[in-house]
Design a protein around this ligand. Structure first.
Ligand SMILES: C[S@@+](CC[C@H](N)C(=O)[O-])C[C@H]1O[C@@H](n2cnc3c(N)ncnc32)[C@H](O)[C@@H]1O
Length: 313
């Protein structure tokens, strides 16, 4: 028998986003029709999902992060570039291909949704709440690992006057940014940058008026985050904001988290970054403003953890 339908309410969204009810209400006003309906999985469905994850965990050809090779991303973003070139521009075209699931993790349970845009809608809401909360006072915003530029397009609408720069190591990403610029009220600059080698770092000019953001891009570094972290400590932007899967937030004593831990390790996602930031805070080199587990994620992992920090002057 199916389980009963539930809905993520404003107070739940406040808990998920780590923001206040008022901040959520402000963000939701833009799109009041969106509903976040879901149901918990039945015992049988849950068994099937766990077996699907376990099969993934023994798959030999799963792409892993941390290698200095943009090919996989170039292929994916070229696909999106072609579809943008072949149609009239709409921001929906910037949606990465990986927003495709109907089963998610919420508060350490699996849930099933019928709206295929559930994750993308929740992501854009979390993103907009956080952008307003953390980035409003910065005149320059740099996204590192900007992919198709969807986040920058959202930033352009929220902050029409800000200088926006998108960095990525793929050519297709920078080509997409050129097209977005032609369809936005003000240019969004695209710059080559490799987080692993710092190649292109001269493109990342920043000072106190600059916010640096990463969304699902530092996840790709495994434990090789020192080059970019050291560079940020040296350049001292006003704020650094991340929406990334944070390994250290998982609880190994929880069965669902344990699967996420295994998947995170298998994919070689970002590992050790939060402890490194906490150590820098102990040394009074940075101030961590927010570290928040949303308890929301896809079938395999929670990729929406939020961290904001500032280098100490
Ligand atoms: C999962 S996508 C996220 C894209 C975008 N931030 C978003 O939220 O839609 C990861 C992005 O990080 C970029 N990336 C991965 N490793 C990188 C590196 N070493 N240097 C620069 N960009 C990198 C990829 O090319 C890709 O665009």
């Amino acid at each position: 028998m199916k389980t009963s339908m539930k809905s993520i309410k404003i107070k739940d969204l406040a808990q998920i986003s780590g923001a206040s009810v008022q901040e959520v209400e402000m963000a939701i006003k833009k799109n009041p029709a969106i509903k976040f309906n879901y149901r918990l999985l039945t015992v049988n469905e849950q068994r099937e999902v766990i077996s699907k994850i376990q099969n993934k965990l023994i798959q030999n050809d799963l792409p892993v992060s941390g290698e200095n090779d943009p090919t996989r991303w170039e292929v994916g973003w070229t696909e999106i570039l072609k579809s943008i070139e072949n149609s009239t521009f709409t921001p929906e075209l910037l949606k990465p291909q990986y927003f495709k699931y109907d089963i998610f993790r919420l508060n350490q349970n699996f849930i099933k949704v019928s709206d295929i845009d559930f994750e993308y809608n929740l992501f854009t809401l979390l993103r907009n709440i956080a952008f307003k909360k953390y980035l409003s006072s910065y005149s320059k915003i740099i996204e590192v690992g900007c992919g198709t530029g969807g986040n920058l397009y959202a930033l352009r609408n929220l902050f029409p006057e800000a200088l926006l720069i998108g960095c990525d190591w793929t050519k297709s990403s920078l080509q997409i940014l050129d097209i977005i610029s032609q369809n936005a009220s003000k240019k969004i600059e695209g710059k080559f940058f490799n987080m692993l080698t710092l190649e292109g770092k001269e493109n990342l000019q920043m000072c106190q008026d600059t916010a640096v953001i990463t969304i699902h891009s530092m996840e790709q570094l495994g434990n090789s985050f020192s080059p970019i972290l050291d560079y940020l400590l040296y350049k001292k932007p006003g704020i650094v904001f991340h929406l990334e899967p944070i390994f250290e937030f998982y609880d190994s004593g929880n069965d669902l988290d344990d699967l996420a831990i295994k998947y995170h390790k298998k994919k070689n996602y970002l590992n050790g970054y939060l402890p490194a930031l906490e150590e820098l805070e102990r040394k009074k080199m940075i101030k961590v403003i927010q570290k928040h587990r949303t308890y929301f994620g896809n079938l395999f992992e929670e990729q929406y953890s939020l961290i904001a920090w500032k280098p100490e002057p």
